[in-house]
Design a protein around this ligand. Structure first.
Ligand SMILES: *Cc1c(COP(=O)(O)O)cnc(C)c1O
Length: 388
């Protein structure tokens, strides 16, 4: 049996007719940028995040409230062209720039860091905890008088104790930026990620849990002013046709992607439940002393963008899986502080030993919507038979 690490085609086929209808509707509409599809998508994506807060059993949602709107439980959304754009524009809307420091976990994807450095700000790396999430105890030690924000990355779709991070941000008057690119619909204490911070930044890159069919991203916030500014910024800083109040960018989420994302959003609960079932099966059935499986900590609701195991003999394990035609991916082989692009930050090997150790041990095993029981059992049996 040949099993790929990821399958985007299956997600499409599951609701093929609806995607095709939505695409055709946009093609025939004669309107392709900044129109009704984007507007309704933004409203629906904001509501998706308000839902548990308003209909569920959460009285008031917990958030930093450093920026406005924290008391109303209402959310606003601006669609942008990618997850990276959501991050750098979101960070820019907080006024963060040259001379400012942003604390972020060292084992994240490079785009989290670029969202900081594209604004001229400096990333201050901290180590991950045993669950690959930001080590909360390390945050306060990393704060200086230049610190403006903490970025929490809900890596692999897992969630850490974000209430504690909110408390640290409130105590030190720091913005909280949430990188939710891997965590659409993930929750802490029933509250969806992206709603704890000052900005929640999402990617809809095709491989993400909520994937578009091209590049797309979004920013959500409690403060309507931040979203209004982001909408101006993404369109050349123009608030009114041919009047520009900011030197902005071209970062618009097009009508085609917005229409397709509206279809995907309808099925997000299903998509998440299927991934959670796959993860539970993996965790229960993978029994090999050479392999550490990920943990969903109490009060968290993980959405399993990746199912990431750790193994001291990772490279041998990859060869072994390749022989059995089982795909796997390393997320990520080189941590940002050791990337050539970030040489100027002056870090060297050994600066973040846990981050570096994880880079040598992590492996994402096949996890995708539409994975059959038979396929999953084939992967599990192979992993259990691995000998270092
Ligand atoms: C994918 C991803 C991004 C960037 O999203 P793009 O849409 O590819 O620009 C940012 N942060 C994390 C953690 C990601 O996984």
């Amino acid at each position: 049996m040949k099993i790929l690490a990821n399958r985007m085609d299956l997600g499409f086929k599951m609701h093929q007719q609806e995607y095709e209808d939505a695409a055709l509707h946009v093609l025939r509409s004669g309107w392709y940028i900044l129109g009704k599809e984007l507007e309704s998508f933004e409203q629906e994506f904001a509501s998706f995040h308000e839902k548990e807060i308003i209909d569920g059993d959460i009285d008031t949602c917990n958030c930093t409230g450093i920026t406005g709107g924290a008391d109303s439980n209402k959310l606003y959304c601006a669609g942008v062209a990618s997850g990276l754009d959501a991050l750098w524009i979101g960070i820019k809307m907080l006024g963060i720039g040259a001379g400012d420091e942003v604390i972020v976990q060292g084992n994240t994807y490079i785009a989290s860091v670029m969202g900081i450095t594209m604004n001229g700000a400096t990333p201050i790396f901290v180590e991950p905890d045993e669950n690959s999430q930001i080590d909360i105890d390390a945050i306060e030690k990393a704060i200086t008088d230049k610190t403006k924000a903490v970025m929490v990355v809900h890596l692999y779709g897992q969630v850490t104790d974000i209430d504690r991070i909110v408390d640290i941000c409130k105590k030190h008057n720091l913005y909280l930026i949430e990188d939710c690119a891997q965590a659409h619909g993930a929750k802490w204490n029933g509250q969806k990620v992206g709603t704890f911070g000052d900005v929640g930044c999402f990617s809809f890159y095709p491989t993400k849990n909520m994937g578009a069919f091209g590049d797309a991203g979004a920013i959500i916030a409690h403060d309507p002013k931040i979203i209004e500014d982001a909408k101006t910024y993404r369109n050349y800083g123009s608030h009114k046709h041919y009047y520009n109040k900011l030197v902005g960018a071209n970062s618009r989420l097009d009508e085609m992607q917005a229409a397709l994302l509206k279809v995907r959003l309808k099925y997000m609960d299903e998509i998440t439940q299927e991934r959670r079932k796959l993860a539970t099966t993996y965790t229960e059935k993978i029994q090999n002393p050479e392999i550490i499986t990920p943990v969903e900590i109490d009060n968290s609701y993980a959405v399993w963008h990746q199912y990431v195991i750790r193994c001291k003999h990772r490279d041998k394990l990859i060869d072994y899986l390749n022989e059995k035609e089982i795909g796997s991916i390393i997320h990520y082989p080189v941590p940002p502080h050791l990337q050539e692009a970030y040489k100027y930050l002056g870090h060297k090997e050994g600066d973040f030993p846990i981050t570096e150790e994880y880079a040598n041990e992590v492996l994402s095993i096949p996890m995708y919507n539409g994975m059959s029981d038979e396929e999953q059992m084939y992967v599990i049996d192979a992993l259990n038979a691995f000998k270092a």
